[in-house]
Design a protein around this ligand. Structure first.
Ligand code: GUN
Length: 292
């Protein structure tokens, strides 16, 4: 089995980005600047945002982290969004999700200017992506597309099954892989919590993408021998034997699939680092003032 090493690939792409930033600096151009808004104290979000800021430093981007406590009001978050929308020095920004329950994520998302929406979550960018127009593509599905491309995994005419229909992973993933292009041109089935006989679908998949948020749900019985498996899940499972009291695992039962699949992403070190790289690539695009 081939391990699809997202960590190593992300490092390679970050090195390419770093060189491009060096060129921009030498030419006296604008250094890309990403801002991240983190509200509350969700432990996973803290880790993700820290990774994003550190990755910016690694490639030479400027970054700004705006942190607010969980008591912050929706109006205060909207005020931060408006300020970032209007700040000419900030090329793109993200509001880390989930937000505290008293803040409506849709309202905040709709306030983000599409030109600065480097997460690709706003209706304009999702619409542009769906039409095949230049757009900021959502980071996780785009990271998976980059991985498929760089590893030379053929998608044309293949049966792809996506598990999970979230707005930020499953749904855009199904759109990107069914579009014309390479990667693309796949026949895509989108399974979700109301799917009947999920195994009947997954066993037909040449490429299986699990983004359902259930720890180690995808076991060997659900997978066709020789399939390529992409695990998007990052689940914290209680484990008293670990110093942190939990272990991280994906939506895929890695050990049971290892003997039968042809290629698979590990967790951690698979899709996660590619997601961060996609965000950096979108930020570079934003700093060049181009949606493409
Ligand atoms: N929470 C989980 N994934 C993401 C992401 O890609 N972007 C943001 N802003 N929040 C998230």
């Amino acid at each position: 089995m081939q391990v699809l090493d997202g960590k190593a690939l992300a490092e390679t792409i970050k090195e390419e980005l770093r060189q491009e930033v060096d060129q921009i600096r030498l030419a006296g151009g604008k250094i890309p600047h990403l801002a991240a808004v983190l509200v509350g104290a969700d432990p996973a979000s803290e880790v993700y945002v820290r990774n994003k800021v550190q990755s910016c430093e690694q490639v030479g981007f400027q970054s700004t982290l705006i942190r607010r406590g969980s008591e912050t009001t929706q109006e205060e978050v909207l005020e931060i969004v408006r300020r970032l929308n209007d700040d000419p020095d900030v090329d793109g920004f993200i509001v880390q999700l989930p937000l505290p329950k008293h803040i409506d994520e849709d309202t905040v998302n709709l306030a983000i200017r599409p030109e600065k929406d480097v997460d690709g979550f706003t209706p304009v960018n999702i619409g542009r992506m769906t039409l095949g127009l230049p757009a900021y593509l959502p980071a996780t599905p785009n990271g998976i597309m980059t991985m498929l491309e760089r590893y030379g995994i053929e998608t044309e005419g293949k049966e792809v099954v996506v598990l999970g229909r979230s707005n930020i992973v499953g749904t855009p993933m199904s759109i990107l892989l069914s579009r014309k292009g390479n990667p693309g041109n796949a026949t895509v089935t989108l399974c979700h919590s109301r799917t009947q006989d999920m195994a009947a679908h997954t066993r037909r998949a040449d490429i299986l993408i699990a983004a359902i948020g259930i720890p180690e749900m995808v076991t060997a019985e659900l997978v066709k021998p020789g399939a390529v498996v992409i695990d998007v899940g990052i689940n914290r499972v209680e484990d008293a034997s670990r110093s942190r009291g939990f272990r991280l695992c994906g939506d895929v039962d890695y050990a049971s699939l290892e003997p039968i699949v042809s290629a698979m992403t590990p967790v951690p070190g698979g899709v996660g680092p590619m997601t961060v790289v996609s965000l950096l690539m979108n930020t570079l695009k934003a700093s060049k003032g181009r949606l493409s």
